[in-house]
Design a protein around this ligand. Structure first.
Ligand code: ZN
Length: 264
């Protein structure tokens, strides 16, 4: 069992270097670069940041822009969505990031099955383009927290198997979508050895996710009690509004109370 902790943002190009050094000082070993509102780094900047992250042994991943819908009725919107993902793949490649997390799309007027088939087709096409460019990076559709949004545990599990792509298990989203932690279902659905995860506290209602909130100490304990017996390589990106301090707390709890479990 190997586990990596880190926050869900690296900061601007200028802040990135001191942030990485700070994360390292605090025993963090992962960081998700938030391209959620756009791919804000240039190639050259990405190379420099990637070099620093590698030197500090911090694994980078990317969160793609929110404006993505691979099941839009509008062909242009699908093409723009794919372009945003490919822009992430390219800069991610220069950063040395291994994963791109993204929200795959909406059901809209399609049935769940039609949505699945459409998104699957687009991911397979994206995979081919990534391969053609020799970008060493994997697409990770995320388990989503709202019932009317594509991305249940079952759908993401099936996509990962049928497209041979990665996945992002968002524990907060799962709680909001299922009103339950679904630990057994998660274990069964994602047999791969490598897990990329999001974790934070969450507020939710009937329709699912409302917003992320600070991670409570007991929530870390509950998660770790589930993870401790798994023989996996797990990355936990914290997405709370206090993602840096929450990541630091999570890592500390794991190291002090759980790190003796499983094979390290
Ligand atoms: Zn996300």
């Amino acid at each position: 069992m190997k586990i990596f902790f880190g926050p869900s943002s690296l900061g601007s190009y200028k802040e990135a270097f001191s942030n990485l050094v700070y994360f390292k000082e605090k025993n963090l070993s992962a960081c998700e670069v938030a391209f959620t509102y756009g791919v804000y780094l240039k190639e050259k900047e990405a190379v420099e940041i990637g070099r620093k992250a590698k030197e500090l042994k911090i694994n980078l991943s990317i969160h793609a822009p929110y404006y993505i819908n691979l099941n839009s009725n509008d062909k242009n919107k699908i093409e723009n969505s794919k372009k945003r993902i490919l822009d992430c793949a390219k800069i991610g490649h220069f950063l040395g990031a291994k994963k791109i997390v993204f929200h795959p799309g909406f059901y809209g007027k399609s049935t769940k099955e039609e949505t699945f088939e459409k998104i699957k087709k687009e991911i397979i096409d994206l995979n081919e383009k990534i391969k053609k460019n020799n970008w060493n990076i994997e697409l990770c559709p995320e388990v989503m927290g709202k019932k009317n949004v594509f991305g249940s545990i079952e759908e993401i599990s099936k996509l990962s198997k049928e497209c041979n792509c990665g996945f992002c298990i968002d524990f907060a989203h799962i709680l909001a979508r299922y009103k339950n932690k679904e630990f057994e279902l998660i274990k069964k659905s994602f047999p791969r050895e490598e897990w990329h995860c999001h974790f934070s506290g969450i507020e939710y209602g009937e329709k699912g996710e409302k917003k992320h909130r600070k991670t409570k100490t007991e929530e870390w304990f509950e998660l770790f009690n589930f993870l401790k017996d798994l023989d996996k390589m797990i990355t936990i990106i914290n997405e709370s509004p206090y993602h840096i301090e929450d990541s630091i707390e999570g890592e500390k709890i794991w190291r002090e109370k759980f790190s003796g479990f499983g094979s390290t």
